[in-house]
Design a protein around this ligand. Structure first.
Ligand code: XIL
Length: 337
């Protein structure tokens, strides 16, 4: 759990003269951040920075199975509604995250003793309900998240009880509920050219061959400062996916720093952000870059990677870091420059 900052601790975001979204729009690129409903409601600086700088929002946790569907017959839409409503009011697109995953499941799903038919019915109802509720308001869904482990289908409740067909079915059901939503397969570690990105490529190509409605691949991109895939490999991977007619979104970009954020490490972090955005901007299939948060005040990194932190582009007081300047510089280039 992220601690709620006390009011004395509140720091002010100073609106940029030329925000990132204004620059990104000149390139037809979406620039986004994953956000949480709680600080959106509680902290004016958080909401101001989000709406000023970004034109795309991802529901960080609010639309995951556990948070949004805590009991078989109870949905909790309030947090996702907050994010979707804010986005609509500020002309931002929403990426819904995520319909099928093996983490953050409610215990009634996790601990149920399901037959295949029962679990299929649960998943179908879940997808129809969520996607249907936000029809026309969530532009893109991460339908299936992290289904590949190495080169194989990951061993999850969905895979064990339903079998690999759960992936195709999830996309078909999402498409039924909102025929206009863009449907993505999203995963980590397959950003550059490697065994995992080969497996992702094979999965989505197979889906297309079977006539499954899939429109894009999300590359999460949780990396260390200096640890991003080589630019050339990222470019080649995006190109081979877009050659299938799929869009690519960078969906969860953050760049974690080990230990104290010294000026040298912050510069290295800025270079990593710069390089990822640069590749996306110059590779036509790449349509969006979404950060996994935007301020070090709220980031999953310290809780998930021991000894790491400072992964985002604003510090804990909403001051822009060198990484922000780097993104700004890349986006400030004239289109086709
Ligand atoms: C993370 C959230 O940021 C945390 O708040 C939560 O405790 C765990 O999940 N890959 C994903 C995201 O697809 O959903 C994860 O988000 C980060 C890794």
């Amino acid at each position: 759990m992220v601690e709620t900052p006390t009011p004395q601790d509140q720091a002010a975001y100073v609106p940029a003269d030329v925000p990132l979204r204004e620059l990104a729009e000149q390139h037809g690129l979406h620039i986004g951040a994953a956000v949480s409903a709680h600080p959106l409601r509680q902290e004016p600086a958080y909401a101001l920075a989000v709406t000023h700088e970004f034109n795309m929002l991802t529901t960080e946790n609010a639309a995951k199975f556990g948070p949004i569907h805590p009991q078989p017959d109870r949905y909790a839409f309030a947090d996702a509604d907050t994010i979707v409503d804010l986005a609509a009011a500020h002309d931002m697109l929403v990426r819904g995250h995520t319909l099928v995953w093996h983490r953050q499941l409610p215990s009634w799903v996790e601990n149920g003793d399901w037959t295949r038919d029962e679990l299929l019915a649960v998943l179908r109802e879940h997808i129809h309900t969520i996607v249907g509720r936000y029809q026309g308001r969530i532009a893109a869904w991460d339908v299936v998240n992290e289904a590949i482990d190495g080169r194989e289908m990951r061993d999850t409740i969905w895979q064990r009880v339903i079998g690999p067909e759960y992936v195709d079915l999830a996309f078909r059901w999402a498409h039924e509920a909102d025929p206009d939503a863009l449907l993505f397969y999203n995963d980590y570690g397959g950003e550059g050219m490697n065994k995992k990105s080969d497996a992702i490529y094979d999965l989505v190509k197979g889906m297309q061959d079977r006539g499954v409605p899939i429109h894009g691949v999300g590359l999460q991109m949780h990396v260390t400062a200096g640890g991003q895939p080589p630019a050339e490999n990222l470019r080649r991977n995006i190109e081979r996916l877009s050659a299938l007619g799929l869009q690519v979104h960078i969906t969860e970009l953050d760049v974690r720093i080990s230990g104290e954020p010294t000026p040298a490490k912050l510069q290295q972090q800025a270079d990593t952000y710069r390089q990822v955005l640069d590749v996306c901007l110059e590779t036509p299939g790449c349509k969006a870059v979404v950060l996994w948060g935007f301020t070090d005040r709220y980031s999953w990194i310290p809780g998930a990677f021991k000894g790491y932190g400072s992964a985002l582009i604003f510090d804990e007081s909403y001051r822009p870091k060198p990484a922000y300047q780097a993104l700004h510089e890349v986006l400030a280039r004239q289109p086709n420059e």
